[in-house]
Design a protein. Sequence first.
Length: 186
Amino acid sequence: MFPEFLIQSAAEVKTALMLRDQKLVLAESCTGGLVATLLTSLPGISDCFCGSAVVYRWDTKMKWLGVQAETLEKYTDVSRETAREMALGVLRQTPEASLSAAITGHLGPNAPESQDGLVCIAVGRRAHTDLSVPPELVSVDALQSDALREAGPVNADPTTGLSLRQERQLAVADQMLKLIAKALED
């Protein structure tokens, strides 16, 4: 059902979460829940995965996660600033989670040139068990999905039957899983 490299990346995240007794929550926009689907394809993931908010539109980002309208108006949803607010917002909304990751971007087609293929991924962490202490940002990256697609294991062969958008989704889902795994190493 999924490419083996994605299953492997998801399994690495699951192993790292379990070894460190951490619980993960996600906020996904341009991947539309793909990372959550990958994780939930693994037996036993419920021990360390809380869920995922698929927040595709501005209004949903604001109402579900507390992303500020000013952030979206000034930076748009394809920005580090929005990814940051998504990661911290989903973590605040999920008290049992200790780690969060969020992705937002524009995978095309018909994207504005400055946003075409651009994704932003943020990872947040709850450093204290006291929920009154705000979570902290671990990392936030802006990445070009085509560079990830070309450099990574996504098969860009046109005979695969995947659209450019689908190839980009696979590449950025893999990158998001890698950034989660990296955050768990720190």
